[in-house]
Design a protein. Sequence first.
Length: 281
Amino acid sequence: MAGNPDLRIGLFDSGVGGLTVLRQIYHRMPTESVLYFGDTARLPYGNKSPQEILRFVREILDWMCGEGVKMVIMACNTSSALALETVRAEYDIPILGLILPGARAAIQQGNRIGVIATPATASSHAYRKAIQEIDSTAQVWEMGCPEFVMLIETNQIHSKYTRQVAQSYLQPLLDQKIDTLVYGCTHYRHLESVFRSILPSSVKIVDPAEYIAIAGEQELELMGLKSNRQPSPTRFCVSGLPHQFAELSQQWLGCLPQVEKVQINDLSDLSITLNAQFLDS
């Protein structure tokens, strides 16, 4: 099944952050069909233990493989940092993570690199390790940002409080005179206007979502799995409330998507429940 070019690409995140990767897939791979899963019932991932994250990722991958996908992109830095290497050895389909593409891109931009990420990703030092493996002279500062994901998921992107929180997270990095800032969480692209209002114009921003899409395209080409057909509409699934995801994601998708509720109970009991349908606006 994994060798069929007509299967979908699986893409997952804890919520709407993965939409930043989805947009890049639409741009780089317009003939590919996508299965998107947002684990909204269990977000945020950034305050979970490595053991919990690994369990969540295995459950999602089991379900996606059951649905039929040819490749999975972890559109979640926390999962990429804490579970990627383990699950790559357990599944027979390509599984891509964000850390290495983001690290490679950061090195091309500067040498004093700040990373904003969830607490779990920051504590893992995944970006620092990846960047310094490529360039041992690079200096890397990682900042855990526990509030960002829920501020985005509750649509408080443009609030005064969100800007104050952003200032408090960015200031220690600015004090280090960073020349490059890496989004160590896919949600953070949604706050770009806030960050731009705080950062000096000289600081370059690296969004790993752009580079994982390039890596995904190259992987499909290498394995002979690129689709040459017209893509099917993206299938959106969540573990939480479909209407919440649909309404929040509309501002980035440009339409109100159809969303299914997926109940992932454990590794041996995966049941799918089709919830209310949402029509394009």
